[in-house]
Design a protein around this ligand. Structure first.
Ligand SMILES: [Fe+2]
Ligand SMILES: [Fe+2]
Length: 221
């Protein structure tokens, strides 16, 4: 058995290849960026959430591992990708010698990371979900060609800043977004992201925190 870390995963050409393939598939079918950039952001945010809330170092690392691997199933199909990501991650982590109990925690988190398709039943899952839904950003849009017709591209492109803050003392997890309303109205954000925000709120509640959302300094949740 080995102590597997995010660092080990990043050194693995096979893991990097899976992440690239998943993103390449999504690029071909017109989705926003879900590659190494997204994986690393979600990984570090998921770890940060549990670290700030004082979970053990190993739980923090497991959340970071789940963050890096959570979207690799997109190399098979976008549909049901939480399940395919979980199963692919299971193989990768077992190959690296991760103990079974840890593998199962990581795959459960990954398998439940999409709103409407999963339930939060432990802190690693909660942290992954919150981190994933916080990555709304202009840099995820691959081309400006579809801004006028694609609401996901438009809302992501309008988001010039996204930060997730954890206040352990007051137990509040806050997502702050800056949206350029010349590109997309705040209402459009809600049109596509309301279910994500509600899932984030439930995940925060699991961590015994309140969830707050600010857009352009106005509190909306
Ligand atoms: Fe996903
Ligand atoms: Fe994701």
């Amino acid at each position: 058995m080995s102590v597997v870390t995010v660092h080990h995963l990043k050194q693995s050409p096979k893991v990097m290849h899976y992440i690239q393939q998943a993103d390449r598939y999504l690029e071909r079918i017109g989705y926003t960026e879900h590659g190494l950039r997204h994986g690393q952001i979600v990984s570090s945010l998921a770890g940060k959430i549990l670290r700030k809330l004082n979970y053990s170092r190993r739980r923090v690392e497991l959340a970071a591992i789940a963050g890096l691997l959570h979207d690799i199933g997109n190399l098979i199909n976008r549909q049901e990708h939480p399940i395919s990501s979980a199963l692919l991650a299971k193989g990768l982590l077992e190959e690296l010698g991760m103990p079974d109990a840890e593998v199962l925690d990581v795959v459960m988190a990954i398998g439940n990371h999409e709103e409407g398709q999963g339930e939060v039943t432990d802190e690693v899952t909660a942290a992954l979900l919150l981190a994933d839904k916080a990555d709304v950003h202009r840099s995820r849009v691959r081309t400006r060609k579809y801004l006028s017709v694609d609401i996901h591209d438009r809302v992501n492109f309008a988001a010039t800043k996204a930060t997730l803050q954890v206040n352990p003392k007051e137990r509040i997890i806050t997502l702050r977004l800056t949206i350029d309303t010349a590109i997309s109205q705040v209402m459009e954000y809600f049109e596509i992201f309301l279910s994500r925000m509600l899932a984030s709120r439930r995940a925060a509640e699991f961590l015994k925190c309140r969830y707050a959302l600010f857009i352009n300094r106005v509190q909306l949740l």
